[in-house]
Design a protein around this ligand. Structure first.
Ligand SMILES: [Zn+2]
Length: 300
Protein backbone atom coordinates (compact mmCIF):
# COMPACT_ATOMS: atom_id res chain seq x y z
CA UNK A 1 0.00 0.00 0.00
CA UNK A 2 1.16 3.55 -0.72
CA UNK A 3 1.98 6.37 1.69
CA UNK A 4 0.80 9.92 1.10
CA UNK A 5 3.54 12.54 1.41
CA UNK A 6 2.46 16.19 1.48
CA UNK A 7 4.87 19.11 1.06
CA UNK A 8 3.59 22.61 1.83
CA UNK A 9 5.68 25.62 0.89
CA UNK A 10 5.18 29.30 0.24
CA UNK A 11 4.80 28.91 -3.52
CA UNK A 12 3.68 25.33 -4.06
CA UNK A 13 1.68 22.55 -2.41
CA UNK A 14 2.53 19.01 -3.48
CA UNK A 15 1.07 15.64 -2.55
CA UNK A 16 2.69 12.40 -3.69
CA UNK A 17 2.08 8.69 -3.41
CA UNK A 18 5.23 6.89 -2.34
CA UNK A 19 5.84 3.14 -2.35
CA UNK A 20 7.80 1.00 0.13
CA UNK A 21 11.08 1.67 -1.64
CA UNK A 22 10.63 5.45 -1.62
CA UNK A 23 9.65 5.70 -5.29
CA UNK A 24 7.23 8.48 -6.14
CA UNK A 25 4.44 6.89 -8.20
CA UNK A 26 2.06 9.85 -8.41
CA UNK A 27 2.32 13.56 -7.76
CA UNK A 28 -0.26 16.36 -7.63
CA UNK A 29 0.63 20.03 -7.22
CA UNK A 30 -1.26 23.26 -6.76
CA UNK A 31 0.13 26.77 -6.35
CA UNK A 32 -0.05 28.13 -2.81
CA UNK A 33 -2.70 30.87 -2.92
CA UNK A 34 -1.31 34.33 -2.18
CA UNK A 35 -4.24 34.84 0.15
CA UNK A 36 -4.72 36.50 3.49
CA UNK A 37 -7.39 33.92 4.36
CA UNK A 38 -6.22 30.79 6.14
CA UNK A 39 -9.16 28.75 4.85
CA UNK A 40 -8.36 29.61 1.24
CA UNK A 41 -4.85 28.21 1.63
CA UNK A 42 -6.28 25.14 3.35
CA UNK A 43 -8.73 24.65 0.46
CA UNK A 44 -5.76 24.38 -1.93
CA UNK A 45 -4.11 21.81 0.38
CA UNK A 46 -7.37 19.84 0.58
CA UNK A 47 -7.71 19.88 -3.22
CA UNK A 48 -4.14 18.59 -3.63
CA UNK A 49 -4.78 15.81 -1.11
CA UNK A 50 -8.03 14.90 -2.90
CA UNK A 51 -6.16 14.58 -6.23
CA UNK A 52 -3.66 12.18 -4.68
CA UNK A 53 -6.32 10.15 -2.85
CA UNK A 54 -8.26 9.70 -6.09
CA UNK A 55 -5.12 8.31 -7.71
CA UNK A 56 -4.78 5.89 -4.78
CA UNK A 57 -8.42 4.78 -5.01
CA UNK A 58 -8.97 6.43 -1.66
CA UNK A 59 -6.62 4.13 0.26
CA UNK A 60 -3.24 5.01 1.77
CA UNK A 61 -1.42 3.40 4.72
CA UNK A 62 -0.22 6.61 6.39
CA UNK A 63 0.23 10.34 5.80
CA UNK A 64 3.35 12.43 6.31
CA UNK A 65 3.36 16.22 6.11
CA UNK A 66 6.40 18.40 5.41
CA UNK A 67 5.50 21.99 6.24
CA UNK A 68 7.35 25.24 5.91
CA UNK A 69 8.24 26.39 9.40
CA UNK A 70 8.17 27.18 12.14
CA UNK A 71 6.15 24.14 13.15
CA UNK A 72 5.01 22.98 16.57
CA UNK A 73 4.99 19.21 16.77
CA UNK A 74 3.30 19.01 20.18
CA UNK A 75 0.19 20.85 19.05
CA UNK A 76 0.41 19.84 15.39
CA UNK A 77 0.21 23.48 14.34
CA UNK A 78 2.28 25.46 11.84
CA UNK A 79 3.09 29.17 11.46
CA UNK A 80 5.06 29.38 8.20
CA UNK A 81 6.92 32.66 7.68
CA UNK A 82 6.04 32.49 3.98
CA UNK A 83 2.32 31.73 4.54
CA UNK A 84 1.48 34.72 6.68
CA UNK A 85 -2.22 33.91 7.20
CA UNK A 86 -1.36 30.59 8.85
CA UNK A 87 -0.45 31.44 12.40
CA UNK A 88 -0.83 28.43 14.69
CA UNK A 89 -2.82 26.70 11.94
CA UNK A 90 -3.96 23.21 13.09
CA UNK A 91 -2.53 21.46 10.04
CA UNK A 92 -2.12 17.97 11.48
CA UNK A 93 -5.72 17.79 12.70
CA UNK A 94 -7.06 19.14 9.40
CA UNK A 95 -5.13 16.55 7.41
CA UNK A 96 -6.21 13.79 9.80
CA UNK A 97 -9.84 14.78 9.24
CA UNK A 98 -9.31 14.78 5.46
CA UNK A 99 -7.67 11.32 5.50
CA UNK A 100 -9.40 9.54 8.38
CA UNK A 101 -8.35 6.27 9.95
CA UNK A 102 -4.60 6.30 9.23
CA UNK A 103 -1.59 7.65 11.15
CA UNK A 104 -0.64 11.25 10.34
CA UNK A 105 2.84 12.63 11.10
CA UNK A 106 3.94 16.26 10.80
CA UNK A 107 7.51 17.43 10.25
CA UNK A 108 9.40 20.55 9.24
CA UNK A 109 10.20 20.82 5.53
CA UNK A 110 13.93 20.94 6.24
CA UNK A 111 14.09 17.70 8.15
CA UNK A 112 11.81 16.06 5.57
CA UNK A 113 14.11 17.19 2.74
CA UNK A 114 17.08 15.72 4.62
CA UNK A 115 15.20 12.50 5.27
CA UNK A 116 14.09 12.20 1.64
CA UNK A 117 17.64 12.63 0.36
CA UNK A 118 18.81 10.15 3.01
CA UNK A 119 16.27 7.57 1.89
CA UNK A 120 16.59 7.64 -1.90
CA UNK A 121 18.82 10.57 -2.89
CA UNK A 122 22.32 11.96 -2.42
CA UNK A 123 22.31 11.15 1.30
CA UNK A 124 22.01 7.37 0.95
CA UNK A 125 24.36 5.60 3.35
CA UNK A 126 25.24 8.71 5.37
CA UNK A 127 24.88 8.38 9.15
CA UNK A 128 25.13 12.03 10.21
CA UNK A 129 23.61 14.22 7.54
CA UNK A 130 22.72 17.87 7.10
CA UNK A 131 20.27 18.43 4.26
CA UNK A 132 19.94 22.05 3.23
CA UNK A 133 18.23 24.16 0.59
CA UNK A 134 19.71 27.39 -0.77
CA UNK A 135 17.20 29.45 -2.73
CA UNK A 136 15.31 32.60 -1.72
CA UNK A 137 16.21 31.58 1.83
CA UNK A 138 18.46 28.99 3.43
CA UNK A 139 16.72 26.05 5.12
CA UNK A 140 17.80 22.71 6.45
CA UNK A 141 17.29 19.65 8.56
CA UNK A 142 19.32 16.98 10.30
CA UNK A 143 19.35 13.19 10.14
CA UNK A 144 21.56 12.06 13.03
CA UNK A 145 22.61 8.43 13.42
CA UNK A 146 20.12 7.63 10.66
CA UNK A 147 17.19 9.24 12.51
CA UNK A 148 15.44 12.55 11.79
CA UNK A 149 16.31 15.02 14.53
CA UNK A 150 13.36 17.27 15.43
CA UNK A 151 14.63 19.11 18.50
CA UNK A 152 12.27 20.31 21.23
CA UNK A 153 9.55 21.79 19.00
CA UNK A 154 10.34 20.31 15.59
CA UNK A 155 12.52 23.14 14.36
CA UNK A 156 16.04 21.76 14.74
CA UNK A 157 18.21 22.24 11.68
CA UNK A 158 17.19 25.84 10.93
CA UNK A 159 20.71 26.38 9.63
CA UNK A 160 19.78 29.49 7.65
CA UNK A 161 19.85 31.32 10.97
CA UNK A 162 23.33 30.35 12.03
CA UNK A 163 25.04 33.70 12.60
CA UNK A 164 28.11 34.13 10.38
CA UNK A 165 28.55 37.90 10.74
CA UNK A 166 28.22 39.23 14.27
CA UNK A 167 27.67 42.80 13.02
CA UNK A 168 25.74 41.81 9.93
CA UNK A 169 22.46 42.88 8.36
CA UNK A 170 19.05 42.37 9.91
CA UNK A 171 17.48 39.02 9.01
CA UNK A 172 13.84 38.15 8.32
CA UNK A 173 13.91 36.26 11.65
CA UNK A 174 14.59 39.50 13.54
CA UNK A 175 18.19 38.63 14.34
CA UNK A 176 21.24 39.82 12.45
CA UNK A 177 24.09 38.37 10.45
CA UNK A 178 22.39 35.02 9.76
CA UNK A 179 23.89 33.08 6.85
CA UNK A 180 20.60 33.63 5.01
CA UNK A 181 21.32 37.38 4.92
CA UNK A 182 24.52 36.66 2.97
CA UNK A 183 24.06 33.45 0.97
CA UNK A 184 20.40 33.33 -0.11
CA UNK A 185 19.87 34.20 -3.78
CA UNK A 186 18.34 37.64 -3.16
CA UNK A 187 21.10 38.44 -0.64
CA UNK A 188 23.83 37.78 -3.21
CA UNK A 189 21.98 39.92 -5.77
CA UNK A 190 21.69 42.72 -3.20
CA UNK A 191 25.42 42.50 -2.47
CA UNK A 192 26.28 42.68 -6.17
CA UNK A 193 24.14 45.80 -6.60
CA UNK A 194 25.58 47.49 -3.51
CA UNK A 195 29.09 46.86 -4.78
CA UNK A 196 28.71 48.43 -8.17
CA UNK A 197 26.88 45.74 -10.09
CA UNK A 198 24.91 46.81 -13.11
CA UNK A 199 22.21 44.20 -12.55
CA UNK A 200 18.93 45.68 -13.80
CA UNK A 201 16.05 46.02 -11.39
CA UNK A 202 14.21 42.73 -11.27
CA UNK A 203 17.29 40.67 -12.03
CA UNK A 204 17.45 37.73 -9.67
CA UNK A 205 19.75 34.94 -8.66
CA UNK A 206 19.37 33.29 -12.07
CA UNK A 207 20.69 36.41 -13.85
CA UNK A 208 23.51 36.65 -11.32
CA UNK A 209 24.44 33.01 -11.98
CA UNK A 210 24.37 33.63 -15.74
CA UNK A 211 26.65 36.65 -15.30
CA UNK A 212 29.04 34.63 -13.13
CA UNK A 213 29.05 31.78 -15.65
CA UNK A 214 29.98 34.38 -18.29
CA UNK A 215 32.99 35.42 -16.21
CA UNK A 216 31.60 38.65 -14.74
CA UNK A 217 34.05 39.45 -11.92
CA UNK A 218 31.53 41.06 -9.62
CA UNK A 219 29.00 38.22 -9.99
CA UNK A 220 31.77 35.72 -9.27
CA UNK A 221 32.71 37.69 -6.16
CA UNK A 222 29.06 37.59 -5.04
CA UNK A 223 29.06 33.79 -5.35
CA UNK A 224 32.36 33.56 -3.48
CA UNK A 225 30.88 35.65 -0.66
CA UNK A 226 27.77 33.51 -0.44
CA UNK A 227 29.76 30.29 -0.67
CA UNK A 228 32.15 31.45 2.02
CA UNK A 229 29.27 32.24 4.40
CA UNK A 230 27.71 28.83 3.69
CA UNK A 231 31.05 27.16 4.34
CA UNK A 232 31.40 28.96 7.68
CA UNK A 233 27.94 27.75 8.69
CA UNK A 234 28.60 24.21 7.48
CA UNK A 235 31.93 24.03 9.34
CA UNK A 236 30.18 25.20 12.52
CA UNK A 237 27.25 22.79 12.26
CA UNK A 238 29.56 19.93 11.28
CA UNK A 239 31.72 20.58 14.33
CA UNK A 240 28.67 20.58 16.62
CA UNK A 241 26.98 17.53 15.12
CA UNK A 242 30.03 15.55 13.92
CA UNK A 243 28.58 15.24 10.41
CA UNK A 244 29.81 13.05 7.60
CA UNK A 245 27.74 14.52 4.75
CA UNK A 246 26.04 17.76 3.69
CA UNK A 247 23.51 17.63 0.84
CA UNK A 248 22.75 20.99 -0.79
CA UNK A 249 19.54 21.46 -2.78
CA UNK A 250 17.51 24.35 -4.14
CA UNK A 251 18.48 26.82 -6.84
CA UNK A 252 21.93 27.11 -5.26
CA UNK A 253 22.64 23.47 -6.01
CA UNK A 254 21.78 24.01 -9.66
CA UNK A 255 24.54 26.61 -9.88
CA UNK A 256 26.92 23.63 -9.81
CA UNK A 257 30.64 24.50 -9.70
CA UNK A 258 29.83 28.22 -9.40
CA UNK A 259 28.73 27.51 -5.84
CA UNK A 260 30.40 24.22 -4.98
CA UNK A 261 33.97 25.11 -6.02
CA UNK A 262 34.30 28.20 -3.79
CA UNK A 263 32.22 26.48 -1.07
CA UNK A 264 34.57 23.48 -0.89
CA UNK A 265 37.63 25.74 -1.00
CA UNK A 266 36.35 27.85 1.89
CA UNK A 267 35.27 24.77 3.83
CA UNK A 268 38.77 23.32 3.55
CA UNK A 269 39.98 26.51 5.23
CA UNK A 270 37.34 26.57 8.00
CA UNK A 271 36.83 22.89 8.87
CA UNK A 272 40.29 21.94 10.13
CA UNK A 273 39.53 19.60 12.99
CA UNK A 274 40.73 16.05 12.38
CA UNK A 275 37.28 14.56 12.78
CA UNK A 276 35.98 16.78 9.98
CA UNK A 277 38.56 15.57 7.47
CA UNK A 278 36.09 13.23 5.79
CA UNK A 279 33.22 15.73 5.61
CA UNK A 280 31.71 15.84 2.12
CA UNK A 281 29.38 18.43 0.53
CA UNK A 282 27.37 17.20 -2.47
CA UNK A 283 24.42 18.43 -4.58
CA UNK A 284 20.96 17.08 -3.81
CA UNK A 285 19.51 14.53 -6.23
CA UNK A 286 15.75 14.69 -5.72
CA UNK A 287 14.99 18.35 -6.41
CA UNK A 288 11.58 19.41 -5.17
CA UNK A 289 10.50 15.83 -4.48
CA UNK A 290 12.71 15.20 -1.45
CA UNK A 291 10.21 16.73 0.97
CA UNK A 292 7.36 14.43 -0.09
CA UNK A 293 9.58 11.35 0.12
CA UNK A 294 10.91 12.39 3.50
CA UNK A 295 7.42 13.08 4.80
CA UNK A 296 6.36 9.60 3.69
CA UNK A 297 9.40 8.07 5.38
CA UNK A 298 8.55 10.02 8.54
CA UNK A 299 5.03 8.59 8.46
CA UNK A 300 6.58 5.12 8.51
ZN1 LIG B 1 17.84 34.85 10.80
Amino acid sequence: MLTLGIDIGGTKIAAGLIDHDGALVYKATHPTPASSRAEQVWAAVAATIADALRAADGVVRAVGIASAGPVDLDSGTVSPINIGCWHGFPLRDRVAAAVPGVPVRLGGDGVCMALGEHWTGAGRGARFLLGMVVSTGVGGGLVLDGTPYDGRTGNAGHVGHVVVDADGDRCSCGGRGCVETVAAGPSMVRWARANGGTAPTGAGAKELADAAAGGDALALAAFRGGASALAAMIASVAAVCDLDLVVVGGGGAMSGPLLFDPLRAALADYARLDFLAGLRVVPAELGGEAGMGGAAQLAG
